[in-house]
Write a protein that binds this ligand. Structure first.
Ligand SMILES: [Zn+2]
Length: 481
């Protein structure tokens, strides 16, 4: 086939669109709309005979994960399709930012053309964002759901009528159809029956142990940009994109299926597609599911140049604003991925447990509160963890729980960690000598496992740099079962 035109679409700032509100219903609606706009409608449209025959007149290389790429050999058809894409976004998601371009081949090889298209898309995207800012001012009444767009409609609700913008209105309408999205369909198929799903985040909190908390998982593949840039032919790009999308879904569904059996499935899939996953679920399931998901994702995609995924986990009250939870998760994920890059790839997991009502930026908070200088530098956390180390940490907690390790001793050990080098070592050793035999055995195993034999409770990780897993063990303790 001789392809001359490439219609390329990029959905920018997906998170701003999805998390425009704190309500589960609108978030769910936004996520469904994106699914529809990224896959369902564009794929239905291209199958329409007016575009000619598949693989003769057009070819779809990518549809999902916020991108669409379709090749054409006829300019007017490419133009018509581009117009269609722009129109469905304007109609269904006036609030979502999207960029769509037609890139011409100009005699380039497949690889050169794909690279140039990415550059052209980035340029078009940056121009689009400038335009958006100019139109963002107005003196109209603001929408009572997102607080950003001018209100256009009234929405009667049990709690009273509210004024709502067009974008939020569409999200609300769409929210009813969540079971028809790709991920929910697969989930329902995978479970083998029709489960019930929560309508409020508090219903997830009710199923948490301890109650009132939820886990927020955000996973995203490592070095995706490099992997994509390495695809120098349409075939390679198509295979890779399809596989990532498929295997990501398979990994999610199989892991969730193994953890939930009842007819009520206390989870909310917020975003699943491409290499992305954002999911809320009962807090005590979050860590196990994150670990198993990463393992499964890495295994299923190992043939693609060892593509791996990193993840962030936020455990907090189910009533905290979801936008704040997302931004904490984003910063944790960035930290995990930076560690992965530093170590030449591999899955890394970062997490935070917030028991209060304020969610601060977790990375700088950690630096302030959990690191200090004494004779050398001491860190009361080892985050972010590699996948293997995270598994070790979680099983250490499970071991401690199995022997009913006394909570007060663990908490005491935690407070010693802040007392400086000598005092922390003295107090920790004294505590250890006073443990019952069964508890002492478990502690000894843990000490060996985490390299703490030389200067318990510390491990020297570099000259004069010390760290310990006990801070993380105590932080996670309640939420591991
Ligand atoms: Zn609104």
């Amino acid at each position: 086939m001789h392809w001359e035109y490439l219609v390329s679409l990029d959905i920018g700032t997906i998170h701003d669109y999805i998390f425009g509100t704190n309500k589960l219903r609108e978030i769910r609606g936004a996520s469904i709309l994106l699914d529809k706009l990224n896959r369902e409608l564009p794929l239905d449209e291209i199958e329409n005979s007016k575009y000619g025959k598949k693989n003769t007149d057009w070819r779809c290389i990518v549809a999902g994960g916020g991108n669409i790429k379709i090749l054409f050999n006829d300019k007017s058809k490419a133009k018509e399709y581009k117009r269609y894409l722009a129109s469905i976004f304007r109609e269904n998601a006036p609030d979502a930012k999207f960029t769509v371009i037609i890139s011409e081949r100009k005699g380039d090889s497949e690889g050169q053309w794909l690279k140039r298209t990415e550059r052209e898309l980035q340029i078009a995207k940056s121009m689009h964002e400038e335009r958006k800012q100019i139109t963002a001012s107005g003196l109209l009444k603001a929408c009572q759901v997102c607080g950003i767009n001018p209100a256009e409609d009234e929405d009667p609700r049990p709690e009273g009528t509210i004024y709502i913008c067009k974008s939020c209105c569409l999200k609300v309408e769409e929210a009813k159809n969540y079971k028809s999205t790709e991920i929910y369909k697969r989930l329902i198929d995978g479970m083998g029956f029709q489960p019930e799903f929560p309508t409020e985040f508090s219903e997830i909190g009710e199923k948490s142990e301890p109650e009132g908390y939820m886990g927020f998982i955000y996973a995203d593949a490592n070095r995706m940009g490099e992997h994509l840039a390495g695809k120098d032919s349409f075939d390679k790009l198509e295979n890779f994109s399809r596989d990532v999308h498929e295997k990501n879904f398979e990994a999610i569904v199989s892991v969730l299926k193994s953890h939930f059996t009842g007819s009520f499935l206390p989870i909310q899939m917020i975003l699943a597609g491409g290499d992305d996953l954002i999911l809320t679920l009962p807090a005590h399931k979050a860590m196990d599911i994150t670990i198993e998901f990463c393992e499964s994702f890495n295994y299923k995609l190992s043939s693609h140049n060892n593509l791996t995924t990193s993840a962030a986990v936020v455990i907090c009250h189910d009533s905290l604003p979801i936008r704040n939870i997302l931004s904490a998760a984003e910063s944790l994920l960035k930290n995990a991925k930076a560690e992965s890059r530093k170590n030449g790839g591999g899955s890394y997991i970062d997490f935070t447990v917030v028991t209060g009502s304020a969610l601060e930026e977790p990375i700088s908070k950690r630096k302030q509160e959990l690191e200090y200088l004494d004779i050398g530098s001491y860190s009361i956390t080892k985050r972010p963890y590699s996948l293997e180390e995270m598994k070790k940490l979680v099983s250490a907690i499970k071991e401690l729980k199995k022997v009913d390790f006394p909570n007060n001793k663990l908490k005491a050990l935690y407070t010693y960690l802040f007392k400086g080098r000598y005092q922390s070592i003295l107090d920790a050793l004294y505590l250890k000598t006073r443990l019952e035999d069964a508890h002492k055995d478990t502690m000894d195993k843990l000490i060996k496992e985490f390299n703490l034999t030389k200067i318990f409770p510390w491990e020297e990780i570099d000259t004069n740099r010390y760290t310990t897993p006990f801070g993380d063990i105590v932080e996670l303790y309640e939420f591991i079962h």
